[in-house]
Write a protein that binds this ligand. Structure first.
Ligand code: DUC
Ligand code: ZN
Ligand code: ZN
Length: 470
């Protein structure tokens, strides 16, 4: 057999196995895995002493998402996928937003247009439904699911995005009947509004108020409600960006009742706390995201949730805004009142190195869990498996080679996103990706870009079968 490429001598790791093996690649796919491949190959890559992992899949990122009020997201598809690539990822899943006064079909067409020739990694979209009108629920959403846009996020917070309970139930029902996967942002908007009013009356408008207006009960209650509504509809759901132990406990209880729930946490809930929002000179704005980071006890609860399987997914929730910019965190209103600081932090490039260093190298999780929660489970949850998310014969040759001994300190000047800071600046991490291959092509090697813009593809997904009764 002839190969285009052989990766030789590495330690190949999947969600379940680890073996010293060579990988043969032909036409962008893995066609052989063996102890010693001696067949001719156009290119041989020496991976001796390295870990050979499936490329990361980050199923929760925001790229070029319309943000209103003069706010502009710091990444377009070029910079967002480039940053993802350098962080060891080969697929990312951003959100295509239906605005409250817009329709879903034109949002999809517009957002797909932004990707044309602009990708360094593969990409597949989720949809955000902000206005479940009869037309959207009756025609546009079923048609979009049929076209392979099979995952849909809904919000229980933000005045212009939130769905009320009736709208949640109606949207869940469409997902159930047509085979969509629902992702839910769980925070109670009315409770937040009440707390914001109270803070403003007290003159408390600094960035730290973002955390105290979105305390744990705000998330816990909404998590419980989302799970209950899904249980009533009889629909498996995904609870995204879980920040604390009480919300995790709601998920465990729902599973004990027999519900099928997928749950996600993110680096900010392991590494940051609400204290980070207390930075002087408004620097706390750099850490404003929702749900907000909590405290050390909740960080420990999130680590525990990763370890014990409460969390299936570890995503970045990359949602970048420049800090020192009128279209970002320090917009004219945001520089005076926390309410107007755009919610979200960058992190697509640091997600994997953080979990590798803080999780695997510090013995909190094993390498198989690392692969599962950063790649395999994302592919399984969102209909990309086994094309993506594993190293197996017939899978796309999306591979990241890691040097577990490489030590680097996070400096934003070394990252590749469009923001002007990293929330993890100064954090020293052991273990970084040194080569990333997308469908058999080396895209990044030793910190240098080798791939070309346009090498990434938009991934079509098959329409999922209707959700099974749980
Ligand atoms: N929700 C997200 O998923 N990302 C950023 C902001 C938000 O509210
Ligand atoms: Zn969200
Ligand atoms: Zn998000």
């Amino acid at each position: 057999m002839n190969f285009d490429t052989i990766i030789k001598g590495g330690s190949v790791v999947t969600a379940s196995d680890q073996m010293r093996a060579d990988i043969g690649i032909q036409n962008g796919q893995i066609t052989a895995i063996a102890i010693d491949l001696t067949d001719p190959a156009a290119t041989t890559i020496d991976a001796t002493g390295k870990l050979v992992l499936p490329g990361g899949i980050d199923s929760h990122v925001h790229i070029a998402q319309p943000s209103g009020d003069g706010i502009v997201m710091a990444d377009d598809f070029e910079s967002g996928t480039r940053s993802a690539l350098f962080g060891g990822n080969t697929t990312i899943m951003p959100f295509c937003l239906q605005e409250r006064d817009g329709d879903l079909r034109s949002a999809i067409d517009w957002y797909r247009g932004l990707t044309e020739g602009q990708l360094y990694t593969d990409v597949a979209f989720h949809l955000i439904v902000a206005n479940p009108s009869p037309q959207v629920l009756g025609q546009q959403l079923p048609a979009a699911i049929e076209d392979g846009y099979t995952s849909i996020k809904v919000f229980m917070t933000y005045e212009n995005l939130r769905l009320n309970d009736a709208e949640l139930l109606a949207t869940f029902d469409v997902a159930r009947r047509h085979g969509g996967t629902m992702m839910v942002h769980c925070e109670n908007e009315d409770a937040i509004r009440y707390l914001i009013d109270r803070h403003e009356k007290d003159g408390e408008v600094r960035p730290r108020a973002h955390a105290s207006t979105r305390p744990i009960p705000v998330e816990r209650e909404a998590t419980h409600r989302a799970l209950s509504l899904a249980e009533i509809v009889d629909l498996p759901i995904v609870i995204v960006h879980v920040s604390n132990g009480a919300a995790a406990e709601e998920i465990r209880r729902a599973r004990q009742r027999g519900m099928k729930v997928t749950a996600e946490t993110c680096p900010q809930y392991l590494m940051l706390t609400a204290k980070d929002l207390e930075g002087m000179d408004w620097e706390g704005a750099k850490f404003v995201c929702s749900p907000p980071p909590r405290d050390e006890a909740e960080q420990a609860a999130c680590w525990q949730g990763l370890k014990d399987g409460t969390f299936d997914l570890f995503s970045s929730d990359h949602c970048p805004f420049r800090y020192a910019s009128e279209d970002g965190k320090l917009n004219p209103k945001g520089a005076k009142n926390f309410r107007y600081i755009p919610n979200g932090i960058p992190g697509v490039e640091t997600r994997l190195p953080i979990l590798f260093s803080e999780g695997v190298m510090k013995g909190r999780i094993d390498i198989h869990k690392f692969v599962a929660v950063t790649s395999t489970n994302h592919a399984k949850t969102y209909g990309l498996y086994p094309r993506k998310g594993t190293i197996a014969i017939g899978s796309d040759a999306d591979i990241a080679i890691w040097d577990p001994d490489l030590v680097k300190t996070v400096r934003h000047e070394d990252l590749h996103d469009g923001a002007d800071y990293s929330p993890y600046e100064g954090l020293t991490l052991r273990g970084w990706p040194v080569m990333v291959m997308l469908r058999g092509k080396v895209m990044m090697r030793d910190g240098q870009l080798e791939g070309a813009l346009g090498d990434g593809h938009y991934l079509t997904r098959a329409s999922a079968p209707p959700s099974k009764t749980i």
